[in-house]
Write a protein of this length. Structure first.
Length: 284
């Protein structure tokens, strides 16, 4: 069962805020009135009695304590930066399993938490961006891939592992074999627009038939992983509930944000290794 953390956070902020408001409007004035009445009845007020009369209900005390913290977390996470951890190798060699990344939440527009409605236009995804989005077949799952196709683009991926956009082959340069693969995987430098990055191809693995093409509809994006032969991306999604012309496309409403930095790595906590900062840096 997936947990809708943004919804839980909004509910927590709302509950704590209501408790703080109830105390401000109703309970605090009553406490002050009780203290004033007590002080008017005695010549020397007992400090213990004053503390007891001024004591906040436990629930209100917790609500007022947590409200500012939760509110700050909500604002930061919803409108500025959200952290994620990479669960798979689909973006190798750019991102490794266990990388902790930061995602810019306002790069593609300001959206309301939970509802995800865009309220302020800021910018649009650019070809080559590394983007986090909600998987179209299950919006409760977050995916991270690279933006390949923009609205209106015609995308083709051949059986010999070459990417074409609008009839033009995407520039790539072989760098050599991936260390430790004994030549079964090769690394390339690919250029998408102004973005240059590494991609990985497995030389003996073919996952799709030749001649596939896609036309990206307006308001949608075509996504691929940098680990071209080990990525569940726009090339392979198949959901009978989605219209054929939209199959494999990510709608604008599913965008979460632009991944821009790795801040920590922790490959496999089960092996009792420790977090490290060897991969800290910007994402290209």
């Amino acid at each position: 069962m997936s947990i809708n953390f943004p919804l839980l956070l909004v509910i927590a902020v709302a509950v704590c805020g209501v408790l703080a408001l109830i105390d401000l409007v109703l309970l605090a004035p009553r406490r002050r009135s009780a203290i004033a009445a007590y002080e008017g009845q005695v010549s020397e007020p007992d400090p213990d009695v004053l503390d007891r009369l001024n004591k906040e209900p436990l629930l209100v005390e917790y609500g007022k304590s947590f409200f500012p913290v939760l509110a700050i977390v909500l604002v930061l996470r919803s409108f500025l930066v959200e952290p994620f951890q990479i669960p798979s190798g689909s973006m190798k060699p750019t991102l490794e399993v266990g990388d902790f990344i930061l995602v810019n939440k306002f790069a593609y527009g300001i959206r309301l938490p939970v509802l995800d409605n865009k309220v302020i236009e800021v910018g649009d995804p650019q070809r080559g961006d590394v983007m986090v989005f909600r998987y179209p077949s299950d919006p409760n799952i977050n995916y991270i891939k690279r933006v390949i196709g923009l609205p209106g683009d015609r995308i083709a991926y051949s059986s010999d592992k070459h990417l074409t956009i609008n009839g033009q082959p995407v520039a790539e340069k072989m760098l050599g074999e991936e260390p430790g693969t004994l030549g079964s995987a090769m690394l390339y430098q690919e250029k998408l627009g102004e973005a240059e990055h590494l991609i990985r191809k497995e030389m003996k693995r073919y996952r799709m038939e030749p001649g596939r093409e896609w036309v990206v509809p307006q308001g949608h994006y075509f996504m691929m992983g940098d680990n071209r032969d080990n990525s569940n991306d726009s090339r392979y999604w198949n959901d009978p509930r989605i219209p054929k012309d939209l199959l494999g496309m990510v709608p604008d409403r599913n965008i979460v944000g632009k991944a821009f930095a790795v801040w920590m790595s922790w490959p496999d906590p089960k092996l009792r290794n420790v977090p490290n900062f060897s991969r800290v840096g910007l994402i290209h």
